[in-house]
Design a protein around this ligand. Structure first.
Ligand code: NDP
Ligand code: ZN
Length: 177
């Protein structure tokens, strides 16, 4: 039997919730990590009218390889090549120094597939909103401002993929502290 779109999305949610179950965001309340992947999928579906199931599932799964012990093979077995390839495109190489990872995100943004660009856009929208309203407790004003400007550099490199979500990003950027 063919897997329904709903089944794929709920399976992705259950999988990500399980993988991130012991992780917290960096805000002062240490919010449950899964709130963040759910926020990305909501931004895509509710604010961008994105209906492509692979893109929405990839948004839900986008931090599993980078931040948990999940492997690409595991995702391929459960969710297939399309979803896995999108997740891999938005996964930073953690063997690199942080400054190099940040630089690569800016350099590589123009060359992502449209689906990965959408996930990247939603990730930056969600993170700017987080820094604006529930920033990591120890971040100075300068660090929060630098984060906004770095995120904008990444997004400026992928513009044209979804003008409506790019406008949502620009609105989020206006909250720069
Ligand atoms: P980090 O990468 O350490 O932290 C930001 C990442 O943490 C986000 O991209 C997000 O990634 C995740 N995250 C988890 N919880 C939150 C939350 N509540 N709010 C926002 N993000 C959260 O930070 P950076 O290295 O990106 O630092 C930001 C900027 O500050 C950089 O431009 C850097 O150059 C600069 N910097 C300044 C320092 C200073 O002291 N002035 C020191 C270090 C860096 P995900 O979506 O993957 O969860
Ligand atoms: Zn993220």
């Amino acid at each position: 039997m063919e897997t329904s779109n709903e089944a794929t999305l709920f399976s992705a949610l259950a999988f990500a919730a399980d993988k991130h179950r012991n992780q917290r965001r960096k805000d002062p309340e240490a919010s449950p990590y899964i709130n963040h992947p759910i926020a990305l999928a909501r931004i895509l579906a509710a604010e961008g009218s994105v209906t492509d199931t692979a893109t929405l599932a990839a948004a839900v799964l986008h931090d599993t390889i980078e931040d948990t012990k999940t492997t690409a093979d595991e995702l391929r077995r459960l969710f297939g090549d399309r979803v896995t390839n999108i997740v891999l495109e938005v996964t930073d190489d953690k063997s690199l120094l942080k400054a190099e990872r940040k630089k690569r995100q800016i350099e590589q943004a123009p060359f992502l597939t449209p689906q990965a660009k959408l996930v990247k856009l939603a990730d930056k929208i969600a993170n700017l909103r987080d820094v604006a309203v529930r920033s990591p407790a120890d971040w100075s004003l300068d660090r929060r401002r630098e984060y906004f400007d770095w995120a904008k550099q990444v997004i400026d490199g992928l513009r044209g993929v979804h003008p409506q979500l790019e406008a949502v990003f620009d609105t989020a950027y206006q909250a720069k502290p």
